[in-house]
Design a protein around this ligand. Structure first.
Ligand SMILES: Nc1nc2c(ncn2[C@@H]2O[C@H](COP(=O)(O)OP(=O)(O)OP(=O)(O)O)[C@@H](O)[C@H]2O)c(=O)[nH]1
Length: 317
């Protein structure tokens, strides 16, 4: 018998039967080094494209949430920006945001790229995790690439350093082990009413998601030429009478030279970015989309705290 069943045993039969339908709801922070696979896992568990996966390291800046439903449980994921050694001011803000997300959550899940193993970055995170009070879960990801013995040794080493409630071995890419992880979370989040209607998979407004999609296309196309400090904002989203949406977005870069790169020869680059983004935004919005992209220079963008705040990043007080 689970503790919950015990608690019900002295209730009236009616109360006991209605409480069997009691819901659970909680926040799970996904913590991990850049490229550990957080976005891939989140996309899989939530079943819709919410967090953006790119091969560019450190692209997940703002905290994004995806909501998974499993049985009577609603699991709200807080996808954190990559935790890594801060260099610039923006980077430090990202790290603080990531740990802030962890402290507000009911559970903290550390996702480790098992292919890379327990390097300096993961060891640093393990050191900090020991001070986190919430129940902690270890997830070794990319098991499709790693031998079993290596995985077991890694799991043991990590568990020696931090008291994890549970260790999961998964492949976010193939889905192996992801269902077990989700079932575990469904039972681990606290009893309580759902915070979001069940058809709502993300609390990010469509405009922000649309901006993320364009930013993904921008990075996929220009990964080596553009600093990740470039950003995209949806300035206007108009649902039109014919059922389509007219969307205007601005790509902000730091220098004139970057503006030229984004636009490309005869506008070819921006056209390609726009076409790719439009296709994905259309799919997300489930309606035809007319996308208009503008490129503007915003100098010293990376040092402007107001910009971070708009992205949900707060500086420590
Ligand atoms: N082989 C393999 N590759 C994976 C797996 N999970 C993720 N990847 C790949 O790892 C890379 C990084 O994945 P992301 O999901 O973007 O990583 P992230 O942790 O969100 O990265 P940041 O946003 O930089 O923090 C991508 O190329 C994924 O396709 C897996 O289970 N197996």
């Amino acid at each position: 018998m689970t503790p919950i069943d015990d608690a019900h045993s002295d209730m009236t039969p009616e109360a006991a039967s209605s409480s069997q339908h009691d819901t659970r709801c909680g926040f799970v922070a996904l913590i991990g080094a850049p490229n550990a696979g957080k976005s891939t896992l989140l996309n899989r568990l939530v079943g819709t494209k919410i967090s953006i996966v790119t091969h560019k390291v450190q692209t997940t800046r703002a905290i994004m949430r995806g909501i998974a439903l499993e049985g009577a449980s609603q699991i709200i994921f807080v996808d954190t920006p990559g935790i890594f050694r801060p260099k610039r001011r923006l980077d430090r803000a990202m790290v603080d945001t990531a740990w802030g997300g962890a402290k507000d959550a009911d559970l903290v899940a550390l996702l480790v790229d098992a292919e890379r193993g327990l390097g300096d970055d993961v060891n640093g995170i393990l050191g900090k995790l020991a001070d986190v009070r919430q129940p902690k879960i270890l997830i070794l990801n990319k098991i499709d690439q790693v031998r079993r013995e290596v995985l077991l040794e890694m799991a043991m080493k990590a568990n020696d350093r931090v008291r994890f409630e549970q260790t999961f071995m998964i492949s976010a890419l193939s889905g192996d082990g992801c269902g077990d992880f989700l079932s575990y979370l469904a039972g681990a989040v606290p009893p309580g009413p759902w915070l979001y209607p069940d058809d709502q998979v993300s609390d990010l407004p469509l405009r922000a998601l649309a901006a993320e999609i364009t930013r993904e296309k921008l990075f996929l196309r220009l990964h080596d030429e553009l600093p990740y400090a470039s950003t995209v904002e949806t300035e206007q989203w108009k649902d039109q009478a014919d059922g389509s949406a007219r969307i205007e977005q601005t790509i902000y870069v730091e220098r004139e030279s970057q503006k030229r790169i984004v636009i490309g020869h005869k506008g070819e680059t921006i056209k390609a970015i726009s076409m790719a983004a439009r296709a994905d935004i259309q799919e997300m919005a489930e309606k035809p989309v007319h996308l208009f992209l503008f490129v503007k220079v915003r100098e010293n963008w990376g040092d402007d705290p107001e910009r971070y705040r708009e992205m949900g990043i707060e500086f420590p007080r």
